[in-house]
Design a protein around this ligand. Structure first.
Ligand code: BES
Ligand code: MN
Ligand code: ZN
Length: 478
């Protein structure tokens, strides 16, 4: 899909809202449709007049201009792009006005994102590919004095969409093909060409690092674990570093606390945190953001075998703290314990963000729409909230009162890896906090947001790539 800043296209999109009056071209049709109550200009309403004798226009309702947001623009233009594909239209034009409360540049980014989102599919295993008809050219008629900004906006939307698609592809890939070594190599393949250094540690090197908690989880699989560190030095003059840590379970069977089959069939997505970090790093490097960022992933599989760890084990960790494994299915926090300690003590990061498909409890609390957050630093939390608003990706902070910590205190080891029935997302988050050594830190539980069992807005069924943009804006605006 190519974007051009001029008038053009075989079909024109005519925007209709309470304050925007369509061009001459759509006027007559709109009056007719309004009288017949066939089209009212409500948000996300689409009416196509495409036929040999038609006007070749698509009316797009935007509703009340006052209520328009960047995310509603993404959704509306995604819908139009899908409609155009249905009609096998290969070029389209739209005049982009200045909407009342929205920044013009962000408006162009959001509209471009909406178009680009229509391009994604994961159909590599389908013999009969879905219709591949494509929209080749999109013409934007933009305000003359904003042409420069519009070009930057398009470029940014292209970078973000490509990164999101990378994250989706990694998450959607099936576990027989996507295991720790493959994930680490995928990071190398997609990041090194942009000047990001990717260091990969094999099992022996992980043992030398002393990552006992991580290794305990990896023990049940015949596929070796990998620990990998992705270093982007966008600002060589600064010593400041932010670490992005992603959960990298390429499969989570639950281990001896084995999951029922119908909870296990999507557990190849348990590396979504790491895929989000990889996607975000790709976007950050491609946009040449002047910040230093270190991505960290402890990748393994949680399986059963004669050597797997067991419910009741007490394992060590890189930090020296010991952990009672009450449940082998609470494995993510064990792998993250060592990855976070590495971020705090080896990388000496100034700030840490971790993303993890960590708890089913988070889906119970917030559904598939919103990620749950736990923090030890309100300022950093506020930065994450701002970034997520820009991105149109929801984040909700959960309480972390010290009393909750009582629930994960160990009896025979320093900590327990589960905190009982209630507050599962909070106790999981607070367990992680034990390993950041007071570094400002935000944890995002993306168990619900990383994967959808049906398509929603511009998000496809399957991996969503949600929170790649949040990380990008967070780093960019820091
Ligand atoms: N990977 C799962 C969490 C998950 C569940 C992600 C559903 C996406 C969808 C995690 O490792 C897990 O199994 N958590 C347990 C923790 C419990 C044993 C304390 C859970 O949520 O049941
Ligand atoms: Mn688990
Ligand atoms: Zn898991």
């Amino acid at each position: 899909m190519k974007f051009l800043l001029e008038k053009g296209g075989s079909v024109e999109i005519v925007l209709v809202s309470n304050n925007i009056h369509p061009t001459e071209k759509g006027r007559e049709l709109l009056d007719f449709l309004k009288e017949k109550e066939l089209f009212k200009g409500k948000f996300n309403e689409v009416y196509s007049d495409i036929s040999p004798k038609g006007e070749n226009i698509i009316l797009l309702g935007l509703g009340d201009e006052e209520e328009l947001t960047l995310d509603s623009l993404r959704k509306a233009f995604y819908k139009v792009a899908k409609e155009l594909k249905k009609y096998k239209i290969d070029s389209v034009g739209v005049t982009i006005p200045k909407f009342k409360d929205l920044c013009y540049k962000s408006t162009v980014t959001a509209i471009t994102e909406g178009f680009l989102q229509s391009e994604y599919s994961f159909d590599k295993y389908l013999s009969d590919k879905k219709d591949k008809s494509s929209l080749e050219e999109v013409y934007f008629d933009v305000l003359e004095e904003k042409k420069e900004k519009a070009l930057e906006a398009i470029k940014e939307a292209e970078i973000l969409s490509e990164a999101i698609f990378l994250t989706r592809d990694l998450v959607n890939e099936r576990p027989m093909y996507m295991y720790p070594e493959v994930l680490a190599n995928a990071a190398k393949e997609n990041l090194e060409e942009l000047g990001i250094k990717v260091d990969i540690y094999d099992k022996k090197a992980i043992e030398e690092l002393g990552m006992k908690a991580f290794l305990a989880v990896a023990e049940g699989s015949s596929k070796e674990p990998r620990f990998f560190v992705m270093t982007y030095n966008g600002d060589p003059d600064s010593k400041e570093k932010i670490a992005l840590v992603g959960k990298g379970l390429t499969y989570d069977s639950g281990g001896y606390a084995i999951k029922p089959g119908d909870s296990m069939d999507t557990m190849f997505t348990d590396m979504a945190g790491s895929a989000t970090v990889i996607g975000a790093l790709r976007a950050i490097a491609k946009a040449k953001i002047k910040k230093n960022v270190v991505g960290i992933v402890a990748a393994c599989e949680n399986l059963i075998s004669g050597s797997a760890y067991k419910n009741g084990d007490i394992v060590g960790s890189m930090s020296g703290k010991t952990i009672e494994v009450l449940n082998t299915d609470a494995e993510g926090r064990l792998t993250l314990a060592d990855a976070l300690w590495y971020a705090a003590k080896e990388v000496k990061a100034d700030k840490i963000i971790d993303l993890a498909t960590l708890t089913g409890a988070c889906i119970v609390a917030l559904g598939n729409l919103t990620a749950g957050a736990i923090t030890n630093d309100e300022d950093l939390m506020n930065e994450v909230k701002k970034a997520s608003e820009l991105a149109g990706e929801y984040v909700w902070q959960l309480p972390s009162y010290p009393e909750y910590k009582e629930l994960i205190k160990g009896d025979f080891g320093d900590l327990k890896n589960t905190g009982g029935r209630g507050a599962g997302t909070i106790t999981a988050g607070l367990f992680l906090e034990e390993f950041v050594d007071k570094t400002p830190w935000v944890h995002l539980d993306i168990a619900g947001t990383a994967y959808g069992d049906k398509a929603k807005g511009y998000l496809p069924k399957g991996a969503t790539g949600t929170h790649v943009k949040t990380l990008y804006y967070l780093v960019k605006n820091m």
